[in-house]
Design a protein around this ligand. Structure first.
Ligand SMILES: Cc1cc2nc3c(=O)[nH]c(=O)nc-3n(C[C@H](O)[C@H](O)[C@H](O)COP(=O)(O)OP(=O)(O)OC[C@H]3O[C@@H](n4cnc5c(N)ncnc54)[C@H](O)[C@@H]3O)c2cc1C
Length: 399
């Protein structure tokens, strides 16, 4: 390695940039496999907001390797049913208690709780996040990567054999690798919020309503609140009680008597659908939102990233510990990029279906879905796609 490079704060086999859910999962997987990575995040504390609210069966199966699946399940709310409705009419009813998995449910859990459990698992494995460190530059050398980190102590350099970009949609790792992020943006803005309300339809299922005014998703959360997600244009910066009430009144069931009393957290965002053109360039790798972003329809974003992280963590540990050569890591992209494309396709189809604007198209959509909803094979395929079990093979590092 380059002799002029400062070794502070220390060299590493693997440097992980970003300590969101995917960075934490990758770090824990490496630690549990015998490799001590350096993991840094520019934030002084975690983001601590609710955001991704569902963990699917396949993700829980994969997270068993980190020893967190039972803990997550213990803190979350287990639901068996997901219904797609045109206001009062059920078009498709999906059941998760019959899927072929130990985790035969939808697990509702806010992202800040998921991140806290992953942080605890990392600590139990002997690791911790270096917070307040921003990676500003990455340069490949003949035998590694030289990363420049900026913190309150000034700039520092760290050398690593491999770098994992778990640094979200604006990834500096992806940019340093010169990897394109191909795709586009949705026209609509989305709002989401965790609210308190009385809801006559109960707390035992996720409901996605389509209506002439747009879509609204209502999902119960473990704290007794409900997660609301909806398209809205123009969207207020921080949707309040009246905004949430109006969404439910105009898009939800006509006889539900929803009464919103408080908004605990809310946000608005614009959606993109993009996949990185490659998941690896040289010694730089991408996981999670750095590699793929899409609509929240179906709640797949964080789930796909967590699986990326566990797969790459296992593959890197084999290479770093000499059980495989570097070429083995090329297979990471072959395994995980098609899975992301499937997820983008699924989320895109669901979003398109739920946001149709013209009346004849909406009429046709509800008629076709109502018919397909009676077909058990159609329902099972959708259940397997949503809970991730149809992508099981893409989570197995090749032998
Ligand atoms: C408002 C909102 C609502 C959402 N709702 C849902 C939902 O309902 N369902 C769903 O599945 N998903 C949802 N998502 C998406 C979900 O939150 C992401 O898929 C998930 O957080 C991705 O995890 P990640 O670890 O890949 O990236 P992130 O969570 O974005 O974490 C990236 C980390 O990298 C750090 N970082 C970035 N750049 C650097 C740098 N240069 N140096 C050091 N650190 C750096 C950041 O500080 C951050 O902590 C939502 C997102 C938002 C913003």
């Amino acid at each position: 390695m380059d002799a002029n490079v400062s070794t502070s704060p220390g060299d590493a086999d693997v440097l992980i940039v970003g300590a969101g859910p995917t960075g934490l999962a990758a770090a824990t997987m490496l630690m549990r496999s015998g490799v001590k990575p350096v993991i840094v995040d520019k934030l002084a504390t975690g983001q601590n907001t609710s955001r991704a609210a569902v963990i699917h069966a396949h993700t829980l199966e994969v997270l068993e390797q980190l020893g967190v699946a039972e803990r997550l399940a213990g803190q979350g709310l287990k639901l068996n049913e997901f219904t797609l409705r045109d206001r009062d009419r059920v078009l498709v009813r999906l059941r998760f208690d019959t899927i072929p998995s130990r985790h035969n449910y939808l697990l509702m859990l806010p992202q800040d709780v998921t991140e806290a459990i992953l942080t605890q698992a990392l600590a139990e494995a002997g690791g911790s996040v270096r917070r307040g460190c921003t990676v500003t530059e990455l340069a490949e050398t003949s035998d590694g990567v030289r990363a420049t980190l900026v913190s309150s102590n000034g700039p520092q350099t760290i050398r690593a054999r491999y770098v994992v970009g778990a640094d979200g949609m604006q990834s500096v790792v992806r940019q340093a690798a010169g990897i394109g992020f191909t795709g586009g943006s949705y026209e609509e803005s989305f709002v989401l919020g965790d609210i308190e309300m009385t809801w006559a339809a109960g707390r035992d299922q996720v409901m996605l309503f389509v209506s002439p005014a747009g879509l609204v998703v209502v999902a119960p959360l473990p704290s007794g609140t409900f997660r609301i997600v909806a398209t809205l244009d123009p969207a207020p910066e921080q949707p309040g009680v009246a905004d949430m009430q109006a969404l439910l009144d105009t898009r939800g069931p006509t006889r539900a008597n929803a009464k919103v009393s408080a908004v605990r957290w809310s946000s608005r965002f614009r959606l993109h659908h993009r996949v990185a053109d490659h998941y690896r360039r040289g010694r730089l790798f991408l996981v999670g939102d750095a590699a793929h972003v899409h609509s929240p329809a179906g709640g797949q974003g964080m789930n796909t990233g967590l699986v990326d992280a566990c797969v790459l963590g296992r593959m890197l540990s084999d290479v770093v510990q000499g059980r495989r050569d570097d070429g083995y890591l090329d297979r990471y992209e072959a395994l995980r990029r098609p899975a992301a494309k499937q997820v983008l396709d699924l989320a895109g189809r669901m979003t398109h279906m739920a946001t149709l604007k013209s009346a004849p198209q909406r009429f046709l959509r509800s008629a076709v879905l109502g018919m397909l909803g009676t077909n058990p094979m159609f329902r099972r395929r959708l259940e397997m796609d949503l809970c991730g079990l149809s992508r099981r093979a893409a989570a197995e590092p090749p032998q």
